[in-house]
Unconditional design. Structure first.
Length: 455
């Protein structure tokens, strides 16, 4: 058929908006895509007419009368060859025959097989409940002579899943290794969680697993007042014992010599500090005998002081006191320790950007010359001090968490059964039940089957 050169001819279309565009050919008002169409029609002279699609018998034949089934001969031959190759490889594997037998008995998988053969519903709400867990994987599911597959993975029936978990965890490999073992071989809904539960509940693995990784650092908020919260610890230097006390607010440091490490001289030195600066609301120490004795508990109760102890064998929980001990030893090494202590108290600390002396007393005269107006009591902006302290602690917290790859451990509750070991033990051989939570974070009271209580 030749149209070029005809004065006019009829152009039938079932798209009504095109009739006006083709007949008027107003390029200025036509959309961009239609402009291209009109430009291509410039060399012809059609007269467009609208005809309903049902009357355009010849052009709409293929779309209105599709074949009910279409067979791709080449594709079917490839599929048959692929299936034959797999069957040849797996012919001598008895476990596959067992899986086929159990699959035939599994009611859930029978629904899945039915959908694979007859087609999946268009919407998940129309899927039979037993097969809902398989709906999202429908594009990867196939059947091969009674054996269900998800891509190249064998779908395991319910009755064989416990046995498969045992095979996956054979050799007591870690979670990641176990996942690698099943990832290319077998599958069922929520298999990843099942493997995780299997590994985490394995008593042999739990007994021989390494020590717990570090958790994210917990920072201590800055107190509202000086001498409100103190930390104390003992240290030994050149054969002499010292009591080190530091103020959480100002970082004011006291280094006091002890005649012995019993509770009585420790209490006496603390009373001398209280006489100068007042009684604190809280005192944080470790669990050393002088701090754990009944005499010291009575002393705390008499002066209405909240006594908080850090977790045993975990000195980081009393971090400020541990840092103060290192500072105290550095001061004691100096030729003139008293002058060195004075210099420390008059020097701004990194977290607060203010000196302990200014935060505690507003001024302090040292060997460094100062004008009289600088020696008049004047307290810094407390809001700025708190902001500086918070900023410094957040920076240290971020560095700590990144350095040790810290992440939270599972949450424990009263009544949970746990495994125990001390820092000197290599295996988690002990067991116990959590009786209570301690006053400090991440600290619990655990009772063993023998009746012993640990914190």
């Amino acid at each position: 058929m030749y149209l070029c050169g005809l004065e006019s001819y009829r152009l039938l279309t079932d798209h009504k908006p095109l009739v006006t565009l083709i007949n008027h050919r107003d390029l200025d008002r036509a959309p961009l895509k239609c402009q291209r169409l009109l430009i291509r029609l410039m060399k012809f002279n059609p007269v467009a007419e609208y005809v309903p699609g049902k009357n355009l018998i010849v052009p709409d034949t293929l779309s209105r009368h599709p074949e009910s089934t279409v067979e791709d001969t080449v594709l079917n031959e490839d599929i048959r060859a692929y299936v034959d190759a797999i069957e040849e490889q797996e012919r001598h594997k008895p476990v596959l025959e067992l899986i086929k037998m159990e699959t035939a008995k599994d009611d859930f998988l029978q629904y899945v097989q039915h959908y694979i053969r007859s087609g999946w519903p268009q919407h998940e709400r129309n899927v039979t409940r037993p097969a809902m867990d398989y709906y999202r994987e429908r594009g990867s599911l196939s059947e091969q002579n009674g054996l269900l597959k998800r891509a190249n993975q064998i779908v395991i029936p319910q009755t064989l899943r416990s046995e498969m978990l045992e095979r996956i965890h054979h050799g007591h490999l870690g979670l990641n290794k176990c996942r690698e073992r099943y990832r290319d071989a077998i599958w069922w809904p929520k298999i990843s969680q099942a493997v995780k539960d299997k590994v985490l509940s394995c008593s042999h693995c739990n007994e021989h697993k390494p020590s717990q990784h570090r958790e994210p650092l917990i920072t201590t908020p800055l107190p509202e007042l000086p001498q409100q919260k103190l930390a104390a610890d003992l240290c030994e230097f050149k054969g002499k014992n010292f009591l080190v006390v530091v103020d959480y607010y100002s970082r004011w440091l006291e280094i006091l010599s002890l005649t012995s490490t019993t509770s009585e001289p420790v209490i006496s030195k603390l009373l001398s500090i209280f006489a100068q600066f007042g009684i604190p609301e809280e005192l944080i120490t470790d669990n050393s005998p002088q701090f754990a004795s009944q005499q010291f508990k009575d002393f705390m109760s008499k002066y209405d002081i909240q006594h908080t102890t850090s977790s045993p064998f975990y000195p980081q929980a009393n971090g400020l006191a541990e840092r103060a001990v290192r500072t105290a030893k550095s001061i004691l090494r100096q030729p003139d320790p008293q002058l060195s202590l004075l210099s420390y108290r008059d020097t701004a600390t990194e977290p607060t950007k203010e000196s302990p002396a200014r935060l505690l007393m507003g001024r302090l005269r040292t060997t460094v010359p100062k004008l009289n107006n600088l020696l008049r009591p004047a307290w810094p902006n407390l809001s700025t001090v708190k902001q500086n302290d918070t900023k410094a602690k957040k920076a240290y917290q971020s560095t700590y968490n990144r350095r040790y790859s810290a992440k939270p451990l599972p949450v424990l509750d009263v009544g949970d059964r746990v495994r125990l070991k001390t820092d000197t033990e290599k295996e988690w051989s002990g067991t116990g039940v959590i009786q209570a939570t301690s006053s400090t974070p991440r600290s619990f009271v655990v009772k063993t089957p023998e009746g012993d209580t640990f914190r």
